[in-house]
Write a protein that binds this ligand. Structure first.
Ligand code: ADP
Ligand code: TRP
Length: 323
């Protein structure tokens, strides 16, 4: 039995890249009876970027609805909202006081964000210590994250070892579980699908909106319909491959190579694969968003379970420090 923990920020409705690259693989781990899983929505981290309470709340609902709609069994894992467990902010403070200022300034994510964002607040700087607190507060053993988060995991291990060294064994040193599937979901313009690039596909959109996005936004080259085409260099095919069966993908690749099959045909197939392939997720998502009590109930149960562990670990930390 391994204790797995991971969080996602609530910065918008998760897109196809988030679903395939992060959410589905984490659900697989969480639904595996060999794991004891903690999954949460990092709405305190989102405050570094979003200052609108309604938007923060809505994003949190959309994120929670996505996890549930994509198959998370909330009775099997501890599924909670970060801000419902205030113990985490207290632990984040203790950790900040144990970690050198100069190391935080070297974080890639801070350097990247502080160069890009208008609002460079102190929360953005302390972000990795709140993330370390998220992990250490639950004695997590394995943390599945994307490659961009690996440095934050190193900092988590670093601050945990510093603390253990100074005050005696207190924290479990977590291991990073990088998702080996080099899943890279391209966006409509061919770059990495990302909220900040405005190139996303939202699987929960209604079919009409999806049709518009697929037809108008996905880039294609100007090869005439009758000419052979290279599937691998096209965004439509690369997306289709990720949302269809191996057989259907092979069929499309052959048709494109043979000629007489246009990008319009490929887009129509992609639209169908997304509309039909995610039909049950879409209807469940809409049902949850229209009836938020179900989400509230799941998160309240999760937070209550999370707080039992959190307060226990925090007492251990306080007494080690001498409070
Ligand atoms: P965004 O780039 O849209 O802001 P995030 O950085 O919030 O997305 O990513 C949340 C999770 O989704 C991360 O674990 C990340 O690895 C995964 N993810 C995001 N975009 C993609 C993508 N295009 N392909 C695969 N995984 C992705
Ligand atoms: N920083 C992570 C991201 O941007 C989200 C996150 C916050 C997280 N706390 C965490 C991930 C703890 C794993 C464990 O994707």
């Amino acid at each position: 039995m391994a204790r797995i923990l991971t969080g996602v920020q609530s910065t918008g409705t998760p897109h196809l890249g988030n679903v395939l690259g992060a959410i589905k693989p984490a659900i697989e781990l969480a639904n595996d009876p060999a794991n004891d899983s903690y999954l949460f929505i990092a709405d305190l981290h989102s405050l570094t970027q979003i200052k609108d309470g309604n938007l923060l709340r809505n994003n949190t609902y959309a994120a929670a609805a996505t996890w549930i709609a994509c198959g998370l069994d909330t009775s099997r894992s501890v599924f909670y909202r970060q801000s419902d467990v205030p113990e985490v902010t207290e632990l984040a403070w203790y950790l900040q006081c144990m970690f050198p200022y100069s190391r935080l300034g070297l974080a890639h994510s801070f350097k990247d964000k502080s160069g890009r964002l208008e609002d460079v607040n102190a929360g953005l700087f302390g972000y990795p210590m709140l993330m370390a607190a998220d992990i250490l507060l639950y004695d997590a053993e394995k943390v599945p994250v994307g490659k961009d988060q690996m440095q934050h995991l190193e900092m988590t291990r670093d601050v945990a070892s510093r603390f253990n060294h100074k005050f005696g064994e207190t924290f479990v040193l977590p291991e990073v579980l990088t998702r080996e599937s080099t899943m890279y979901v391209p966006g409509t313009n061919g770059g990495k699908m990302s909220k900040s690039q405005g190139n996303t596909i939202n699987i929960f959109d209604d079919p009409k909106t999806l049709k518009k996005v697929i037809n108008k936004e996905i880039i294609t080259d100007a090869t005439p319909l009758e000419d052979p085409k290279n599937p691998n260099s096209s965004v439509v095919y690369n997306l289709f491959k990720l949302v269809s069966s191996e057989n259907d993908a092979l069929e499309m690749a052959n048709a494109l190579r043979a000629g007489g099959y246009g990008w319009g045909h490929a887009k129509k197939a992609l639209l169908e694969a997304i509309v039909d392939g995610y039909a049950s997720e879409r209807s469940r998502f809409n049902e949850l968003m229209a009836n938020r009590e179900e989400i509230d109930f799941a998160l309240a149960q999760g937070s209550a379970r999370a707080r039992v562990v959190a307060s226990d670990v925090l007492s251990r930390v306080r007494s080690k420090i001498g409070y």
